[in-house]
Design a binder for this molecule. Structure first.
Ligand code: FES
Length: 124
């Protein structure tokens, strides 16, 4: 099932009305509410889902795992993700990422997430 092209931010429930898992964008700025986006079938990576939902996400390589600009902190839901492979680890290392919760949005696969994942950046 694909989500409607106009799918935007949504509130609860655990899965979106489209039956898709969701991405919760947690702000780094106190007082800003979470933004909840559907992670639709036509977005195989978190990078694409964030873009489809209108959430700002940095990138200069469009998901080629070269730039490292799409780095995110996985706050919740990371246990179901596959570990970073050598390519992702190399980019994260160059970017100075040091935490186990730091991943590249272009390397987070939709298929690994059953219900939701909570992400944060330093600029949301
Ligand atoms: S978009 Fe460039 S590394 Fe993810």
């Amino acid at each position: 099932m694909k989500c409607a092209a106009s799918a935007g931010p949504e509130q609860s429930p655990p899965r979106t009305e489209h039956g898709a898992p969701r991405i919760v964008c947690r702000s780094s700025f106190e007082g800003r509410p979470d933004r909840v986006l559907p992670w639709c079938e036509d977005s195989p990576t978190a990078l694409e889902a964030l873009r489809a939902g209108g959430q700002p996400i940095a990138s200069s390589c469009s998901g080629a795992t070269v730039c490292g600009r799409c780095g995110v902190f996985v706050i919740e839901g990371g246990e179901s993700l596959p570990p970073a492979d050598a390519t992702e680890e190399a980019v994260l290392r160059v970017m100075g990422a040091g935490g186990a919760d730091e991943r590249l949005a272009c390397r987070l696969p939709r298929g690994a997430i059953d219900t939701q994942i909570v992400l944060r950046t330093n600029y949301w």
